[in-house]
Design a protein around this ligand. Structure first.
Ligand code: 5GP
Ligand code: ZN
Length: 135
C-alpha cells in the first residue's frame, strides 16, 4: 500500500529502529514507546485487521511475537501483548501489528479495560451461540 507508514518501513522507504526481520515479518521500536523496548511486530502483508491475515502469515507473526516476548522477558519483569482492530478499538495505523510492551514494577502503565459488566444467562447463551456460528 503506497500510503501506509508500516509498508514504507517494510520497504525501507522510511527509517525505523529494526530489531528483527524475516521473510514474513518485521519488528521495530514504537516511535512513541510506553516503556523502553516497546516493540511493534508487523506482518509484511498489508491487511488492516487480524481476521484478514492469511493463516500462514498469522503463524509467522505469532512466532515473531514469541521471539520478541522471549527476548524482552530476559531484561524485564513482564510484558503485555496488545493488538487493536479498527479505530473503535484504538487502531491508528491500518496495517495489522502487535505491540509487545515490557513491564516492570513501578512503571506506572495502566493497561486494563477499566469497565466490568454483568450479563444475563440468556445474553451469554446467545453470544456463545453467535461466536460459535461465526467461527
Ligand atoms: P495502534 O494504535 O494502531 O495499535 O498503534 C500504532 C502505533 O504505531 C502507535 O503506538 C504509534 O506510536 C506507532 N507508530 C506510528 N507511526 C510510526 C512510525 O512512523 N514509526 C514507528 N516506529 N512507529 C510508529
Ligand atoms: Zn501497510
Amino acid at each position: 500500500m503506497t500510503d501506509c507508514i508500516f509498508c514504507k518501513i517494510i520497504n525501507k522507504e522510511v527509517p525505523a529502529d529494526l530489531v528483527f526481520e524475516d521473510p514474513d515479518t518485521i519488528a521495530f521500536l514504537d516511535i512513541k514507546p510506553s516503556s523502553l523496548g516497546h516493540t511493534l511486530v508487523v506482518s509484511k502483508e498489508h491487511v488492516k485487521t487480524l481476521d484478514e491475515l492469511p493463516d500462514a502469515q498469522a503463524q509467522s507473526l505469532m512466532l515473531t511475537i514469541k521471539k520478541l516476548t522471549k527476548a524482552l522477558l530476559k531484561e524485564n519483569q513482564g510484558c503485555n501483548i496488545i493488538q487493536n482492530n479498527n479505530s473503535v478499538a484504538g487502531q491508528i495505523v491500518d496495517h495489522v501489528h502487535f505491540h509487545v510492551v515490557p513491564r516492570n514494577e513501578g512503571d506506572g502503565l495502566q493497561l486494563n479495560f477499566g469497565v466490568h459488566k454483568e450479563f444475563s444467562g440468556e445474553e451469554k447463551k446467545n453470544v456463545i451461540e453467535t461466536i460459535k456460528k461465526n467461527i
